[in-house]
Design a protein around this ligand. Structure first.
Ligand SMILES: NC(=O)c1ccc[n+]([C@@H]2O[C@H](COP(=O)([O-])OP(=O)(O)OC[C@H]3O[C@@H](n4cnc5c(N)ncnc54)[C@H](O)[C@@H]3O)[C@@H](O)[C@H]2O)c1
Length: 275
């Protein structure tokens, strides 16, 4: 039987390739036979990649240059958008990297993909409140282009919590855009929503929300995720094994969101800021 999890012959563009979940996912894809094209603002770590591009995803021109350079050298079969910033950074930076740049990267890469192309990005269980926030997120989600998105963020920056808002925007964009993108081009578009995961980003969450709040964050599995445990679901979503999966927000949070959405579990906001 054909191994549909194989990445043999697949050229995969990664953002956020040299830390946390992005690095873990790239190592998994490499082990499955894929070719890694690595984009990050960080310098490379040691695993094998076709090329490294130093890219600042806050910058629309840098995203366009990255895609032009990578597509000129070959097909882009898969995009893994794994870059992100925690809420300890300025609102504009968080929104640009986590959502406006993500959307611009997806829209710029998709036209270069073959019909069996696939895109997976990382949202967060912090965005799970999106069904009740559609009116708030739609103006940014539907903004036309990077400049309009950036302007909207600059004008409304004091109206939302940047991190969770960026993650709600990612989920809503993924769900809405998959309908048209997949119909028009065949390219599948999905995202994951991890719960607390032990990566270099975790200390920033603990600094912002408090160690006790993060420790008590609902997670029926009883521990934080590892970066590798986030990498495998991303590898699945962008593999041929998921050829009928598009427009999915895949909660990879050990059952936390499911428990909260069904009233079985709740966040303990009394622990916010406690260490
Ligand atoms: N760690 C968690 O608990 C957790 C939980 C849910 C969701 N997430 C999300 O997972 C994704 C990956 O985060 P992580 O935990 O692996 O963190 P990480 O800090 O290890 O990795 C983030 C990556 O993004 C890159 N990056 C940041 N700013 C950039 C910029 N301007 N241009 C280019 N690259 C940039 C960093 O260099 C790094 O490689 C993020 O979107 C994060 O919000 C993390």
């Amino acid at each position: 039987m054909e191994n549909l999890f194989s990445y043999e012959g697949k050229r995969c563009l990664f953002t956020g390739c040299f830390s946390g979940m992005g690095e873990a996912t790239a190592r998994i894809i490499e082990s499955l036979g894929g070719t890694i094209v690595a984009a990050d603002i960080k310098q490379p770590t040691s695993f094998s990649y076709e090329r490294y591009l130093e890219v600042d995803l806050r910058d629309a021109g840098a995203i366009e240059q990255m895609v032009a350079e990578v597509s000129a050298a070959g097909t882009i079969d898969r995009l893994f958008y794994c870059a992100g910033l925690p809420g300890t950074f300025p609102t504009l930076d968080v929104m640009l990297v986590n959502f406006v740049g993500l959307k611009h990267t997806v829209e710029t890469v998709a036209p270069h993909m073959p019909r069996d192309g696939a895109i997976a990005s990382i949202s967060s269980s912090a965005g799970m409140g999106y069904p009740g926030q559609m009116e708030a997120v739609l103006p940014l989600v539907t903004a036309s282009g990077h400049a309009e998105g950036r302007q909207w963020v600059e004008e409304h920056a004091d109206e939302f919590d940047a991190y969770s808002f960026s993650k709600m925007c990612t989920i809503v964009y993924t769900l809405r855009r998959a309908a048209t993108l997949t119909a028009e081009t065949g390219v599948r578009l999905n995202c994951t929503s991890p719960g607390p995961t032990d990566t270099p980003m975790m200390p920033a969450f603990e600094e912002q929300a408090g160690k006790k709040f993060m420790a008590a964050y609902p997670k029926p599995i009883g521990r934080n995720s590892t970066a590798e445990e986030q990498g495998w679901p991303l590898a699945f979503l962008n593999s041929a094994a998921a050829s009928y999966v598009s427009g999915e927000n895949f909660f990879t949070d050990g059952g936390g969101a499911a428990g909260m959405m069904t009233g079985q579990l709740a966040m303990d906001f009394s622990l916010i800021g406690k260490n």
